[in-house]
Design a protein around this ligand. Structure first.
Ligand code: CP
Length: 307
């Protein structure tokens, strides 16, 4: 297989294990390119990509922009906070105006679940979902699984615990789909108020004791408490959350085994993850960020080739 099965990347739910393997093999090649003195290839020289961000981002936005520039694409960036969206312009009008300037691909982050799916039905360009509300964040899941594969040799057969605010996390849902498609076992762990009601339908183990989750898993992916999406109180205080659900060095020292610690960022240090773990030899957090560029290069390159 040398081509993706879809011209958009809207979510991991919609793509096949073969698509994921093709993205990983392509990302391996681009990772080699990124380790060379000249980190640029001409693959997307005739392609123009618009990065359209309606929500804040550091890693995803910079990573996509760097991936596009390493592929020699022309790049335009749009941020809703200083745009005509503030004057009432709709999503479709905004994107159609950008596309009329001869843009081929759109990378979009939006706070509404389904916004990129809606866009894909109404415009001609390839769409990449860079995070839609609490729904999916497909390239984050791909770079997370790629990082596990790099660290442990394979994803199949590994036990991955996703710990924290599962309810508000698009990273959790995309990771569950991606890890399961690649043959990993998945556990979610957090307070019952921060697990979605439909969790039983996802085929994951559920645990509420973080120490037990750490004992079970090969990899712990710790998620941020997303206060900006919480309209009501899901736990009494951040201090109490940290006390019962935060991961600290003492918990790792009690384990009699190797463990890999991941976090998609941004980290609330001292809340879901202490610095003595985030910055420890167990952590591959900055490798995740590094791998994000190669994985996003692979996604953009492959999507541009889908007829
Ligand atoms: N992991 C992630 O999506 O980070 P940003 O919100 O900074 O892009």
């Amino acid at each position: 297989m040398s081509q993706l099965s879809s011209r958009h990347l809207l979510g991991i739910k919609d793509i096949s294990p073969e698509d994921i393997q093709l993205i990983f093999e392509t990302a391996d090649n681009f990772k080699d390119v990124l380790n060379r003195p000249i980190k640029k290839v001409p693959s997307l020289r005739d392609i123009t990509i618009a990065n359209i961000f309606f929500e804040n981002s550091t890693r995803t936005k910079l990573s996509f922009e760097l991936a596009e520039k390493r592929l020699s694409a022309d790049v335009v960036n749009f941020s809703s906070s200083n745009s005509s969206v503030k004057k009432g312009e709709t999503l479709i009008d905004t994107v159609n105006n950008i596309l009329s300037m001869k843009v081929d691909m759109v990378v979009m982050r939006h706070s509404s679940p389904g916004a990129p799916h809606f866009l894909s039905r109404n415009i001609k360009a390839n769409i990449v979902n860079a995070g839609d509300g609490t729904h999916e964040h497909p390239t984050q899941a791909l770079l997370d699984a790629f990082s596990i594969r790099e660290k442990l040799g394979d994803v199949a057969g590994k036990k991955v615990a996703i710990i924290g605010d599962i309810l508000h996390s698009r990273v959790a849902l995309s990771n569950i789909f991606c890890l399961q498609k690649l043959g990993a076992e998945v556990m979610v762990c957090g307070p019952v108020t921060l697990l979605p009601k439909y969790i039983d339908t996802l085929g994951v183990k559920v645990e509420h004791d973080v120490q037990k989750a750490l004992e079970w898993c090969d990899v712990a992916n710790i998620l941020r408490i997303q206060l900006e999406r919480q309209q009501i109180k899901y736990f009494p205080s951040l201090r109490e959350y940290s006390l019962y659900y935060g991961v600290n060095r003492k918990m790792l020292d009690r384990l009699n085994k190797e463990i890999v610690i991941m976090h998609p960022g941004p980290i609330n240090r001292g809340v879901e993850l202490n610095s003595d773990v985030a910055d420890s030899e167990h952590s591959i957090i900055l490798h995740q960020v590094e791998n994000g560029v190669a994985v996003r290069m692979a996604v953009l390159y492959l999507l541009a080739g889908v007829k």
